[in-house]
Design a protein around this ligand. Sequence first.
Ligand code: AVJ
Length: 323
Amino acid sequence: MHTMTTNPSEFIQLHHASDQQLRAELSAGLLSASAFASPKYFYDALGSKLFAAICELPEYYLSRTEASIVDAHLGEIAAAVGVGGTLIDLGAGNCAKAAHLFPALQPAQYVPVDISVDFLRDAVGDLQQRFPHIKMTGLGLDFSSELQLPDSVQQDRRTFFYPGSSIGNFTPAEAAAFFRKLHTACGDDGGLLIGVDLVKATEILNAAYNDALGVTASFNLNLLLHLNRLLVANFNIAEWRHVSFFSTAQSRIEMYLEARHAVTVQWQGGERRFQQGERIHTENSYKYTPDNFMQLLQQAGFKVTRTWSDDDNWFMVCHARVT
Ligand code: AVJ
C-alpha cells in the first residue's frame, strides 16, 4: 500500500457488480437456448497470463502490428492528440501500452481504467515512480456498462485510449452506442485514440485464433475453470474443445467451447445437459474495413483526423476528435 506522502497516485473503485448479480447473469447465459458466456470471464489471473502469451504467438499479429504502427508514427500521433491533457486508458491492464506513449504525449493526467483497481494498483505504483510529473488516477470501473467519470478526472482535453482492437468484442451496433457515450464523455475539446483489427485473408484470421501451440485453445478452455470457481460448477476441461473460425457474413471471428460428447454440467442454481457438438459461445471479434470503421466513428459524431496502418493493412490506429 502506498501512502500519499510517498506516492501521489489515487485509486477509486466504482460500484462492483455483486457476486450474486454476476452469478445470475452467468447462469442465464449458460441456460439460454444458444449457451453463451461473456468474454470478460477469460481474464482471471491465469487467463490474463494466457492472453499475454497469445500476444507473443507468431500467428497472433494484432498486438505486435499495433505496437509497430504506434512506434513508427509516435511523433505524428502526438501531433494529432496534442501534448498535455488527460489520457484515459480503457482496459489499461498493466498500463504498458499507455506508458509507451508518455514520453511523446506527456499527459498532465493519466487515468487507467479497469474492472478492478486492485490490479491497477501494482502497475500504477511502478509507473508513478518512472513518471513523477503525471498525475495518476486509477479507476475501477466496468466501462462497457457505465462511463460516469468522477470529478478528479480533469475535463481538460480528454483523450480516450482504446488499443488492441478490444472494440471488436462489441457488435457494430454496440460499438456505435459506446462511441456515442465516449463522444459525450470527451467534452468539447477531447478525442479518441483507438486500434482496430482489419478484414484480411480468412486463413490469416483463422490462424491467429487457432495457433499451433494451442495457447488460444487453453485461453478459451480456461474460461470453464473460471466458471467452476465463480459458479461452483463442475465443468471438466477434457470434455470440451476449442472451436473458432472467421465468419465472412458477419465479419467476425466466432469462438466457442464445444462438448466432445454428451455431458451434464451442474452449478449452484442450475444444471444443463449439452449434446455432443453443442457449443457455448464465448467470444466475437469483429474485423472492419477502414471505411466501415471510420463511418462508425463518424456516425457517433467523431471527426477522424488521422489513421495509420502497417504496410499490409492488417491493423489500423485511428485518431478522432469531437470537433
Ligand atoms: C483482446 C478482444 C482484442 O479478440 O483478438 C485473443 C481477445 N481472443 N485471442 C481478440 C482474444 C482470442 C482479443 N481481444
